[in-house]
Design a protein around this ligand. Structure first.
Ligand code: AMP
Length: 249
């Protein structure tokens, strides 16, 4: 089995972001960037499948400014075999990402695409679903367990009511949830080895896709500041305050 893993370079989720003064977006100057956490989980899952003898090759792909090469090196250091960078200065949006991934799937012919359920920068949660639709493939979103059984993927999905288990025929697109696994850290020898692994560099034009955005963000705002709390001396006082504020009747 060949597995394709799309990985997005995002602002490190531990960093506090600032909105640009004119409200036009998030100020990315000098911010630490990292692989989207759900994509680390996807890379880990694909590598584990390779280690269990289920997969023959794991290919990581990232679309974005040339620095996505750093993110791909992380995927290679974790254990991916090779990588594809699609380089563009345009801030690509889910539909265009899905179209480019479709073109890569057509070139690479993977049996499985494992990707994050959402990118933590824009929280779209769209790309996996769009890719499956464009390819006409089965999809299993929010996976917390994946087993390959008789050419099908059995996927436990985290839904509001609990865990739902479904089976999908391969080829399929599976998106990862937080509890699927704990991604490994790349060891120093593997970081060194990753430098010698092959990386193909493409452009959206090579894939026949216009990366221009369709969605226009009109304004970004900081969430309202939380007001300072107060201390109460007793449960009675707490109840009194909650009634006063109309939180309870
Ligand atoms: P989103 O729909 O933007 O929340 O992203 C869902 C998933 O799509 C991410 O977790 C990635 O696996 C993949 N993805 C989104 N944008 C990119 C990108 N620019 N390059 C590679 N993969 C991406």
């Amino acid at each position: 089995m060949k597995i394709l893993v799309p990985v997005k370079r995002v602002v490190d989720p531990n960093v506090k972001v600032r909105i640009r003064a004119d409200g036009s977006g998030v100020d990315l100057t000098n911010l630490k960037m990292a692989m989207n956490p759900f994509d680390e989980i996807a890379v880990e899952e694909a590598i584990r499948m390779k280690e269990r003898g289920l997969a023959r090759e794991v290919v990581a792909v990232s679309i974005g400014e040339p620095r996505v090469l750093e993110t791909l090196r992380t995927a290679l250091a974790m254990g991916a075999d090779r990588a594809i960078a699609v380089e563009t200065e345009v801030a690509v949006q889910p539909l265009e990402v899905a179209k480019m991934l479709k073109a890569i799937v057509e070139r690479e012919q993977p049996d499985l695409v494992i990707m994050g359920k959402q990118a933590v920068d824009d929280d779209s949660n769209q790309t996996g679903q769009m890719l499956a639709a464009l390819l006409g493939w089965a999809q299993a979103t929010f996976a917390s367990r994946i087993e390959i059984v008789d050419g099908e993927a059995e996927v436990a999905r985290e839904v509001d009511e609990g865990i739902e288990v479904i089976r999908v025929k391969l080829p399929a697109v599976i998106t990862t949830d937080l509890r699927l696994n704990e991604p490994r850290y790349a060891s120093l020898p593997n970081i060194m080895k990753a430098k010698r692994k092959p990386v193909d560099r493409l452009t959206p034009a090579d894939l026949g896709v216009d990366p221009s955005p369709r969605l226009i963000y009109t304004r970004f705002e900081e969430p309202p500041r939380r007001e300072a709390g107060i201390r109460v001396e007793s449960v009675d006082e707490l109840v009194e305050k909650l009634v006063e504020k109309g939180v309870i009747g």
